[in-house]
Design a protein. Sequence first.
Length: 440
Amino acid sequence: MNDETGCDNCDKLVRSSDSEFSRRDICRSIVGATVVTTSGLLGVADPALAVKEDENGYVAAVRPTAYRVDSTIPPTLLPLTSARKEKRTLNALGRGSGTDKEEIKIDTLNLNNFMNKAVFGSIDAVSQLLSETKDESKSGPGYASFVCMGLPFATKKKDIDLASSLLNSILQDRDAKLGTALGLSFCPMSLQPALNTFTKSGNESALLRAMKEAGVPVDTIDLYMPVIRFAKGKSLDLLALSPEFVDIKAARASGLAAVDFERRQSYVLDPEGFIAVTRDPRYKLYTDRSLLKDYKPIDEEDDIKGFFAERIFVHETAASVVAKYAVEKPESLVTVLAPTRDVRYLQGINGRIPRVYGSLIGKINENSVGSASITNKVSDNAVTTILLNPTAEESLSAGRFLRLEIGTGPDTLPYQTKVADYLWFSASPKVNLIPRMMNG
């Protein structure tokens, strides 16, 4: 059944004397987000979603591998029910679409009209938001887009493979003339020259040697080299997003004032905004309900204040590197690979990018006396966050289900924040992991 097929067509199928389906069979196949393809009467674009009945006639629903986290209160999950829909979403990100943070408001997408949604074959709400026409608010100087991929703490090969697969789809329709980069959160900024040399020469042994000398763990190097090679093959720029490890340790032990002054200036490009953000109520909620939840003492002298200083330092540095690259290349796209904890609930690295980008645009305008000013077009919608193979624990859930939001109390509801824009899995997730899924 195509997305355009309506109730009338469904009724015609049921009434047809040639139909081998009963109304119950059709509804069962639709509600399961799958279709049995007998006689070619009904079909799905993605063969992976086809299912078979057991001896009792039961058809198990196939759980999709990708979900849009809709900004309802509380958030709900909209499944991307076919490989075609997943690809379309990723292609749009590559074209610079970003992700609207507002609730999706479509008449046919509501719980009170379930059968309408079902007959239309699991409505692809995301695709209805994507326009093929050029959006001037998302083009030209002053615009860039960003995709932040959150990787599990114990990142495995399957997570890196998934990141490479998504990145490949994102790049499929990408204009080769536009700036495109892959940001690596584990690489200290001193590795940037080595990364630049690698993208030009492909000398892998020199890059490996530089990484080891910079203190990057060998296991991390081995794990991420496949996606680094992939990026090289696609002619992507590589960005080192981390402060120097010695400076991270200094911030943790003695606060940001202990970080080398000259290097601190290269790490923090928007010092006024960096200070102001900690007073924002939404950020305070994020700090209490997400950021500080990962604190684990590293020694007897360690405290949570040092941990807080370390994390905001790391987040601000990554956002600064990404924004600086993007502001110099109109319509650029930067994909960031970072631990889930640094991008979940949208206020880590990802949440800082629009502010830093806007600050840099402001500085450009101040220094361009007599020239037309550049309008800052980068808002939160320009940043898309995708969690790869997320676990309930890393979403800070107290149970088996993923936690989708923070800020559910009466005092914090105005600042409620969803966990990400998308959840993406290497394989169908367990049913007890996915909460509040919209069936269609």
